[in-house]
Design a protein around this ligand. Structure first.
Ligand SMILES: [Zn+2]
Length: 303
């Protein structure tokens, strides 16, 4: 039996001239998971010259060679800023492997403060970590990084993926780690314990559950909306009731393409996230875009 998936794209086109910011991308990506359909230079040009692109925040996963690769690109391309992230322990790579990959991550953040504008992406991922011990390692490592970097006063870019029904730890099916919002809860608890200001935290590609959108915004956190919110209702659901002054936009390039079966995502597609926000709030796209640019500049302290 075959069936067609419903097209969930919204019925408006993004404005071409509105100012746009991409607050989280892997751009350029040293080892993209699929081959780029056009060069990074032409993607850059499209963002800044064909569109009214303001700036791009690119996120490194802190392999040391990735850092240098990004720095070199940034030196030659104005308007791109770097956030420095780290690996998370997962079922494939335990804590030992993470430490082996970047044993000096914290020192590095301390010593290279002028070269980056935020810390992340990092956080919890209970889809890629399903066992009790790995999940606990993720939580401990998250808390350690926060503890040892909070004095730097850099904004955080968080990756938070709660366990879904498919991610249940079958050896411990009744454990609280399996709850659909456990990661959200423990992250908020740790950030509060460590005294991190919610205004300096971006929930990148915020994936819900939906009732957490307005809840986090009310606490002061920033919810970051991916370009895929244009074509997928489940992303739009998560921003219902989130006030505009708590939203950021991103592409997570080359992931999170605005359309189902979409290809290689690029920063210019962040306009689709703006269109989705405008649609959900029944607002003018230009008004949304201007507010998001303002939010992003303040968040990353970009002049
Ligand atoms: Zn990412």
């Amino acid at each position: 039996m075959s069936y067609r998936r419903r097209d969930e794209s919204i019925p408006i086109q993004p404005d071409q001239d509105m100012p746009i910011v991409d607050c989280h991308a892997h751009f350029p990506d040293r080892e993209p998971y699929r081959k780029p359909t056009h060069s990074y230079d032409s993607q850059y040009e499209s963002f800044f010259e064909k569109h009214n692109g303001q700036f791009i925040i690119t996120s490194s996963s802190v392999y040391n060679h990735e850092y240098q690769y990004h720095l070199d690109f940034i030196k030659e391309h104005k308007g791109i800023y770097l956030t420095m992230g780290c690996l998370k322990p997962s079922d494939r790579y335990g804590m030992d492997a993470v430490m082996e990959e970047h044993p000096d991550f914290i020192d590095f953040l301390e010593n290279q403060q002028d070269s980056y504008v935020g810390i992340g992406e990092f956080g919890l991922d209970f889809h890629h970590g399903k066992s009790l011990s790995i999940r606990q390692e993720q939580i401990d490592y998250f808390q350690k990084v926060i503890q040892e970097t909070k004095h730097l006063n850099k904004p955080y870019v968080l990756h938070v993926r709660n366990a879904t029904q498919r991610d249940i730890d079958h050896k411990n099916p009744n454990h609280e780690f399996n709850q659909r919002d456990f990661c959200n809860k423990v992250i908020v608890r740790i950030l509060e314990e460590e005294g991190v200001k919610p205004e300096s935290v971006q929930w990148h590609c915020f994936s819900g559950p939906a009732e957490w959108g307005p809840k986090l915004a009310k606490m002061g956190y920033f919810i970051s909306v991916p370009s895929s919110a244009y074509g997928f209702n489940r992303w739009r659901r998560n921003i219902q009731g989130v006030p505009l002054d708590k939203l950021l936009t991103e592409t997570d390039s080359c992931f999170q393409h605005p359309f189902k079966m979409g290809g290689f995502n690029t920063p210019a597609n962040v306009k689709y996230a703006v269109a989705a926000i405008a649609y959900v709030n029944k607002m003018d796209q230009l008004d949304v875009a201007e507010q998001i640019v303002d939010n992003a500049k303040k968040f990353f302290d970009i002049k």
